[in-house]
Design a protein around this ligand. Structure first.
Ligand SMILES: [Zn+2]
Length: 278
């Protein structure tokens, strides 16, 4: 049988862009238009058409305000995991603030639906050497896997492991499922989600996943509801952020559909063989 790859969605709305507090201040979030429900409905339609289950990393802020959305993910058999509460990068928080953010996010999800939560994904892949303290907090919160590292010099460390592995600390152990990358000379290149997926030619992504699967490793593909927006709002962002957020955004739905036609996908818990405990 074909290899099982992980398909994941970071459930956040169009204004959850990291580090642009001056442009999209948190105090205004509640006044902004809700577009996440509509965009997630498009994702759910696509997944239904391909009979595929995925992992939804739900932001606590979204779960609090859209409990029906979380219930629909759950009732359709998808895995619910957490993306934190306020979409803060880990290095912008103290360990105590991270603990509070994680606890609030899990509580908000559990108020929406009674389901086990096994996984966490940090905003912008910010579990790094500097924020390695997060693993103890994730373990103490009962989580069984994290999917927040990227073996890339610019955002993490090019020497980080590139395939799922177990992290062991004095508090216990936890799986880490890093962002999928391709090794090229001394650096790794991501190509399965976000701006890297949008910029990579489709054949390049397909060949990369095929090669990985032939080596016996699963790929991890990720997407965001705002990449499925048919009429994305124009956000006044600084140029670098604008490029990262919007460049080739409309290419994502057809690329994801193309991958669904070519590969077998499932939620991370199934790829790692985890039975969620609570
Ligand atoms: Zn995010």
């Amino acid at each position: 049988m074909d290899a099982l790859n992980a398909l994941t969605v970071d459930v956040e709305d169009w204004y959850h862009v990291c580090a642009v507090g001056d442009y999209l201040p948190m105090e205004k979030w509640d006044a902004y238009e809700n577009r996440v429900n509509r965009n997630c409905e498009r994702i759910l339609d696509l997944l239904r058409a391909h009979r595929t289950k995925v992992t939804f990393f739900v932001l606590g802020y979204i779960a609090e305000r859209n409990p029906d959305l979380v219930r629909s993910f759950h009732s359709e058999g998808h895995e619910i995991a957490t993306h934190g509460y306020l979409h803060q990068r880990l290095f912008d928080m103290t360990p105590e603030e991270f603990d509070d953010d994680l606890t609030s996010s899990m509580a908000a999800i559990r108020r929406a639906v009674d389901c086990p939560i096994a996984g966490y994904r940090a905003p912008e892949w910010t579990v790094t050497h500097e924020t390695g303290w997060a693993y103890d907090i994730l373990i103490d919160s009962g989580l069984q896997y994290d999917s927040s590292t990227v073996p890339l010099t610019m955002m993490g460390d090019r020497l980080y492991p590139r395939y799922p592995f177990k992290v062991h600390t004095r508090r216990g152990s936890i799986w880490e499922f890093p962002a999928t990358t391709m090794r090229c000379l001394w650096e790794s290149f991501p190509y399965t989600g976000g701006l890297p997926l949008r910029m990579s030619p489709f054949w390049f992504t397909v060949q990369g996943i095929r090669k990985l699967n032939r080596m016996g490793y699963p790929a991890m593909v990720y997407m965001h509801p705002w990449e499925f927006d048919e009429n994305p709002p124009r956000i006044p962002l600084p140029p670098g952020r604008k490029f990262m957020h919007e460049y080739l955004m409309t290419s994502v739905p057809s690329k994801i559909e193309g991958l669904l036609e070519r590969f077998r996908f499932g939620p991370i818990r199934d790829v790692l063989g985890i039975t969620p405990l609570g």
